[in-house]
Design a binder for this molecule. Sequence first.
Ligand SMILES: [Zn+2]
Length: 163
Amino acid sequence: MSSKAAMLNNQTAPSAAPPKGRQPALNGCPWHDVNAMLQSAGLRPTRQRMALGWLLFSKGARHLTAEMLYEEATLAKVPVSLATVYNTLNQLTDARLLRQVSVDGTKTYFDTNVSAHHHFYLEHNHELVDIPDPHLSLSRLPDVPEGYEIARVDLVVRLRKKR
Ligand SMILES: [Zn+2]
């Protein structure tokens, strides 16, 4: 039996796991979907916003700072200012198409996965990673003041390399 046949036989079971959580509506043509997302956020689909939306949402779940997206846009030769990147990210967050995760009070990441989930923060390279366990829960939440309810619990577990 040739090794080629063995390789072909191996391809019977696609093992790609479905993406975790709710993904932005990218079922059809991504370009069309980005357009639809911008429209749903009440944003005019300008070329700059379309390009930023494409960079953000065409690669699955991601955690990006405004600076990181600005750098990607620059590399992709998208003529856009850092201010526009910030504005667009904030507008998409207001429209709940992105979720903000703050670390250290100085770094703000924008998460394309807006479903409820928690994060590891890798201190050595400032990377935010989803905690794979969707069932993670806190054993006891604090009592909240009268008239309030908990909107969301954001847990960031900071990791450093063992010495
Ligand atoms: Zn995340």
